[in-house]
Design a protein around this ligand. Structure first.
Ligand code: BDP
Length: 593
């Protein structure tokens, strides 16, 4: 799905700011048609932000069900005769949207954009009312899954993943205008032959006007390096400046729709990083060079705004990644805001891009979160309907992120049950789908400790083995000697598979400022020794091609006896101050720099 842009033929108007907002605990608003007028009894809430923590009110924080957002916007007068689109960069976890009294969009899934052509509903110069009902309920048919319990005290949301169920309008909302004949999709795939870069492109367009497609590829200085005609083709770039980790060199492809007189009907700008990605034997190659992933599993998480996108945190987090010597991260456990990928493209930071399928493992959750016991994959729990929701989430992820050079792998789940025949049956078509949607990137999923080597029935479907392991934390707690041996044994077993292994999680909860002479769990010293132990193990196994510490920063979770004010496995605190482990990682990750 294309982004809203300002180009010679397109304009966009951001609708971020304070919106009218209210909870709907009795789910009255839909039948009472709250969209049809000013939202009754509303307060003001920021967009983008999770609504949960901005009010000093536990009722808002723990609300289960519908909330309503409403704003009014003036349609620019210059948009006469244009196609006007309303776009939400996300609504967590689902939304219905009205313009005036007319329902224009409905979307399932909290982390990908959706939009509606609203041209016929507005007149340039007029003010228009935009209303969204956003629902945060998780069920076995949502990604991620959960269970809403109807208790005498009200609805209670249970879920099987370890981050707070933040909800609301987490990202920008836009009105944008395009010509009525317009570019509707662009796909770019890059390759190289010797020093020549190849850019294969495919353009889709819509609208009535006769047109042809012209493309112009410019380098970072704006010089034209190749041109092409037609809706698809291949451009050659002599002596190409490749996109590479640490060198986010970008070309720009201008896609134009041109009429018979040669006038430009529409112009869309697509950044292009020329690079290749390939798994060969136990290596992960970027531009034919073995790549070693150094970095983190992250979260979109910060105080007050929750999962709300924030430019300052974006720039700061990338500055910290650079400071510490990280070259990559995983968008655990859901697709992040578009801006994150744009920034990674420009900074030359590598991304493992993950869909929001986290917690399809109720056995694990039962143990960790004290929930009831369920069977993960069954007609009553994660079933065919869930799989279609999951498939759609993968389609939307690939459609949104396919052109980002930073994205080098699709991660289609985090720690699902994967040791049962039912899990294999569930995942086989999803791997096939992802490869069909994008044959150019490896596909994987983050494997969970219970599905250890020899037990996991899904890992062989992936191109890369992605392991989340907590030897020395959840097992062998405090005993790093035993942990080192057990970890080494398991890793050597995985190495016999002949595939590259990325350690996608390893980490220890650490309270910043807690110290001890002896390496006692929860202290900063223990986190350091824990990481050092892991690194010794990784360095002894050739198939290990990457290490992503869990987590970049402390983050909010649901309450529980194992969580003190959230998950403390951050190498940085929630407000991004380094723990001692940050200095250790910086030494390790910058030593060859
Ligand atoms: C793994 C999960 C991650 C958790 C982490 C932990 O993938 O989401 O936060 O463990 O327990 O199981 O800290």
């Amino acid at each position: 799905m294309l982004r809203p842009q300002d180009t010679s033929t397109r304009e966009r108007k951001s609708l971020t700011g304070l919106w009218e907002f209210r909870l709907d605990p009795t789910r009255a608003g839909r039948s009472a048609r709250w969209f049809a007028d000013s939202l009754p009894d509303a307060v003001r809430a920021p967009v983008p932000a999770s609504y949960n923590d901005v009010f000093a009110d536990a009722t808002v924080r723990d609300h289960v069900g519908d909330v309503w957002y409403q704003t009014t916007a003036r349609v620019p007068r210059g948009w006469e005769g244009r196609r006007v689109v309303l776009r939400f960069d996300s609504a967590t976890h689902r939304a219905v949207v009205w313009v005036g009294d007319t329902k224009v969009a409905e979307h399932e899934g909290g982390y990908t954009p959706f939009e509606a052509d609203v041209t016929s509903l507005l007149a340039p110069g007029d003010e228009v009312r935009i209303t969204a009902v956003v629902n945060n309920e998780l069920s076995f048919q949502s990604i991620p899954p959960g269970i809403v319990e109807d208790t005498p005290q009200g609805l209670r949301q249970l879920y099987f993943h370890d981050f707070f169920n933040y909800a609301g309008l987490h990202r920008a909302v836009w009105l944008y205008a395009t010509p009525t004949t317009y570019v509707s999709d662009v796909t770019v795939v890059t390759d190289r032959h010797g020093s020549t870069g190849l850019v294969r492109y495919a353009v889709q367009s819509s609208g009535d006007a006769d047109h042809t497609v012209q493309v112009t590829l410019r380098d970072a200085e704006g010089r034209t390096v190749a041109t092409g005609d037609g809706a698809g083709g291949e451009l050659s770039v002599g002596d190409a400046h490749l996109w590479a980790p640490g060198d986010g060199y970008l070309y720009e492809l201008e896609v134009e729709l041109v009429d018979a007189e040669g006038a430009t009907l529409d112009s869309y700008l697509q950044t292009v990083g020329i690079r290749t990605v390939e798994v060969r034997g136990i290596q992960f190659l970027i531009n034919g060079e073995p790549f070693y992933f150094k970095g983190f599993g992250k979260h979109e998480d910060s105080a007050v705004r929750g999962k709300g996108y924030d430019d300052a945190f974006l720039v700061h987090d990338f500055a910290l990644l650079d400071w510490i010597g990280a070259n990559s991260f995983r968008t655990s456990h859901y697709p992040y805001a578009d801006e994150v990928y744009d920034y990674a493209d420009r900074e030359g930071v590598v991304i493992l891009d993950e869909v929001a399928a986290v917690g399809q493992n109720v056995e694990l959750a039962g143990g960790i979160f004290g929930g009831k016991s369920y069977v993960t994959f069954s007609p009553e729990t994660v079933n065919d309907v869930s799989r279609e929701v999951h498939a759609q989430a993968i389609r939307e992820l690939v459609a949104r992120d396919k052109n980002h050079p930073s994205v080098v792998l699709w991660s289609i789940a985090n720690e699902p049950e994967s040791q049962t025949p039912e899990s294999r049956e569930y995942f086989e078509p999803l791997f096939a789908l992802t490869r069909e949607l994008d044959p150019t990137r490896p596909v994987g999923f983050a494997n969970f400790a219970l599905a250890s080597h020899g037990k996991c029935l899904v890992s062989d479907l992936g191109d890369v083995l992605m392991l989340n392991r907590y030897y020395g934390w959840y097992v062998n707690t405090g005993d790093l000697v035993a942990a080192e041996q057990a970890w080494q044994t398991e890793l050597e077993a995985w190495a016999t598979e002949g595939k590259p292994i990325i350690i996608t999680e390893y980490g220890a909860d650490t309270v910043a400022g807690l110290h001890s002479v002896a390496p006692v769990p929860w202290t900063e010293e223990y986190q350091v020794e824990y990481l050092e132990m892991n690194h010794r193990v990784f360095d002894r196994v050739d198939a290990v091609v990457g290490e992503h510490v869990w987590n970049f920063a402390d983050f909010a979770t649901m309450s529980g006896v194992r969580r003190v004010d959230g998950n403390k496995k951050g190498v940085f605190t929630r407000d991004r101050r380094p723990k001692a482990a940050a200095h250790l990682l910086r030494r390790r990750w910058t030593r060859d720099a």
